[in-house]
Design a protein around this ligand. Structure first.
Ligand code: GTB
Length: 217
């Protein structure tokens, strides 16, 4: 069955791989699934045709025959359940890998996203200068806890899994602020993820679309 995902026609990050189609591309590459990409503009994302796929008018989406999915957690889990390579066979180990996917999306990503909002959406507000340090400290708190749990391990739960794919993808968004590098073990963990051939293919594919000066500043 042919797989088609959607991605930004032009990502504001100029190809740093931070838009969420990269994590879906990575999952497809890890599991060896060929896929096509339909690029959409910001305006097209809000049109009825795209909203039929994604009620919130966002990317990425995932189409496979009659199946249409949105939300990267659901998409990556679907790919991981259908194809070998991202979830262990043992039921307990599988549950732990899924747990780390949820931890990445529900516990680690929110404070990182809050910083994006504070900087880019609310950056001109008079209270931003006071708020930013608090938001950054909330990220530090969470990354500190994660680095304690990771310890000296290579991956979060045994062998590389969809949990690591999601956690590395989320942590990458804390790198531009400099906060990721305050946690050398997490920075090394992210580097191990980035070194995987499947990640490199996913990154190169999005870069081919988005290369150029950043629009995000
Ligand atoms: N929870 C959803 C998921 O995981 O799929 C979130 C999807 C989402 O936020 N999509 C963003 C989007 O479509 C793109 S990835 N935004 C357009 C809109 O809402 O109108 C977020 C993103 C955007 C830009 C950068 N960047 O430039 O660095 C990084 C990440």
């Amino acid at each position: 069955m042919n797989i088609t995902i959607t991605a930004f026609e032009r990502s504001p990050d100029g190809g740093k791989g931070l838009a969420r189609d990269t994590r879906v591309r990575w999952a497809l590459e890890e599991t060896g699934q060929p896929y096509g990409v339909r690029l959409v503009s910001f305006a097209a994302m809000k049109e009825p045709a795209h909203r039929r796929l994604h009620p919130f008018g966002q990317i990425p989406t995932y189409e496979e025959g009659d199946l249409v999915l949105f939300e990267t957690g659901a998409i990556v889990l679907h790919i991981a359940e259908r194809h070998a390579g991202l979830l262990p066979d043992d039921a307990g180990a599988r549950a732990r890998a899924v747990m780390w996917m949820f931890a990445a999306l529900n516990t680690v990503e929110p404070p990182i996203l809050e910083l994006q909002t504070a900087k880019f959406t609310e950056g001109d507000k008079p209270w931003t200068a006071e708020r930013l340090p608090l938001v950054k400290d909330r990220i530090r708190h969470r990354l500190g806890e994660l680095s304690v749990r990771l310890g000296d391990a290579e991956w979060l739960a045994g062998t590389f899994s969809a949990g690591d794919l999601m956690m590395v993808s989320v942590l990458l968004r804390s790198r531009p602020s400099g906060i990721l590098d305050e946690f050398p073990s997490l920075a090394a963990y992210v580097a191990r993820g980035e070194a995987r051939p499947a990640y490199q293919r996913a990154f190169a594919a999005q870069l081919a679309v988005n290369a150029g000066p950043s629009l995000a500043g």
